[in-house]
Design a protein around this ligand. Structure first.
Ligand code: JHZ
Length: 416
């Protein structure tokens, strides 16, 4: 096994060894490993992409872990490339303001703060902010917006250091990062240390039930070590000084959970136990604790692969041109698992400046800015960033009006 790869044999939440493999998306390069022209000539490292299911607490998780430094020390994904996501961030800040009533003395901390997009919205509402992020390149980008960042991987040690230097936090946030962290108990311990007694910790990440229900197999990639059910989260909370007082479902990213934590000693905020029980019942009724559900999901994904590959072959036979919209991490999972490369897809467009001019990992398709579509007028555009379909289709009405067609792969193949 490669030196930067580790196989897991016990569940990261409940430590059970009862892990059952459910899907193998084949060996792939890391999903944000966009290549420069020079790197195209070098050998690309590929890693297994296998998901297993914990038969005890129901956490879906990756069987093989790529060393975090390989994936996150230099990171090309930025949330600010998508307007919809930035708007969502504004809503989160507003919501946290209503719950905690933070002021100019309050510290708000964002774990995995990336380019600072989320903290900027808190700063605009008057809070003191601090980011924590391992990506050296992004810490510099955040600084340009006046967001200070501790350049590190968050754990209890970093939490203790932050308290010493900056004090405790009225609010902690972690959007689309909790799934990236192997020792998740350390994150909770960090929260115990860092949170003020009346503070809250808000996490958001994709929900495993939506993943399974909507066949969102492309959200499975090396960065996402965990695919949470509410049941698994409640097990995570069991032995901690923090507790989950509410969970909200959000449509963002195909379906995600907003999970609200507080200190157990904080009796001012009431726990919405009825809501938690209701979600647990929904999960059970859906079959989220049953291995059969996962095996059926795998069969559906394999079928989808056959259908899509066949359809694209047909289109190419008819000399149709096909391009892709959104060089998202999930685009790379789909391309590499389906075995699609530049013979089928001419190029991808993406709004992220750091991705433009590079090539997709594994499939080596060039990435251009969004206006490329209007230079070549392709017949078909596959929407890889399907979570932002509305934003993308709204701004590309001209393409559709001129006869262009959009292709969606999930939950099932659809051409518009
Ligand atoms: P987007 C990221 O995954 C990475 P990705 C991460 N691991 C995570 O957990 C998930 O988010 C949730 C582009 N775009 O955000 C921008 C346009 O070109 O779905 C992005 O590159 N034009 C942290 O990479 C990509 O699409 C547009 O109009 O799957 C979307 O990537 C819009 C709206 C987006 O995340």
């Amino acid at each position: 096994m490669a030196s930067n790869l580790k196989k897991i044999t016990e569940c990261r939440i409940c430590k059970s060894k009862d892990l059952i493999d459910v899907i193998d998306l084949t060996d792939q390069p890391i999903p944000n490993g966009f290549l420069t022209k020079e790197q195209l000539k070098q050998k690309e490292e590929k890693y297994p992409l296998v998901v297993c299911f914990c038969n005890n607490c129901s956490l879906m998780q990756l069987r093989y872990l790529v060393n975090a430094k390989v994936m996150f020390d230099n990171y090309l994904y930025i949330p600010s490339a998508s307007k919809t996501r930035v708007e969502h961030f504004k809503g989160l800040a507003q919501e946290v303001k209503e719950i905690t009533d933070f002021n100019e003395k309050s510290l708000v901390i964002d774990i995995g703060s990336n380019d600072g997009s989320l903290l900027i919205t808190f700063k605009n509402l008057g809070a003191r902010t601090l980011g924590i992020d391992p990506a050296e390149n992004l810490v510099k980008v955040a600084a340009l917006s006046g967001i200070e960042t501790v350049n590190d991987y968050f754990d209890s040690k970093v939490a203790a250091k932050v308290v010493k230097k900056y004090g405790k936090a009225k609010a902690m946030l972690a959007t689309n990062v909790i799934a990236h962290i192997h020792n998740i108990h350390e994150v909770i311990r960090g929260g115990e240390i860092l949170l003020e007694n009346d503070g809250i910790f808000l996490m958001q990440f994709p929900y495993s039930l939506d993943l399974i229900e909507k066949n969102l197999f492309d959200t499975i990639y090396h960065e996402h070590l965990s695919y949470f059910s509410v049941r698994s989260l409640l097990v995570l909370a069991q032995d901690s000084d923090l507790e989950i007082f509410n969970i909200e479902k959000s449509d963002l990213d195909g379906g995600s959970l907003k999970v609200y934590w507080k200190k157990r000693s904080n009796k001012k905020i009431k726990t919405n136990q009825d809501k938690l029980n209701k979600i647990l019942k929904e999960e059970e009724d859906f079959g989220l604790y049953d291995i059969k559900t996962y095996m059926e999901f795998t069969k559906r994904v394999e079928k989808l692969k056959d259908q899509v590959v066949k359809k694209l072959k047909e289109l190419k036979k008819k000399n149709k041109s096909i391009v892709g919209y959104g060089a998202a991490a999930k685009a790379n999972v789909l391309l590499n698992y389906f075995g699609i490369d530049k013979k089928t897809i001419d190029y991808l467009v993406d709004s992220t400046p750091y991705k433009q001019g590079r090539f997709t990992p594994g499939s080596h398709i060039p990435i251009y800015s969004e206006d490329e579509i209007y230079k070549t007028n392709p017949d078909y555009v596959i929407i890889f960033a399907w979570n932002f379909a509305k934003e993308i289709m709204d701004k590309n009405r001209k393409f559709k009006k001129s006869g262009g067609k959009f292709i969606f792969v999930e939950p099932e193949l659809k051409i518009i």
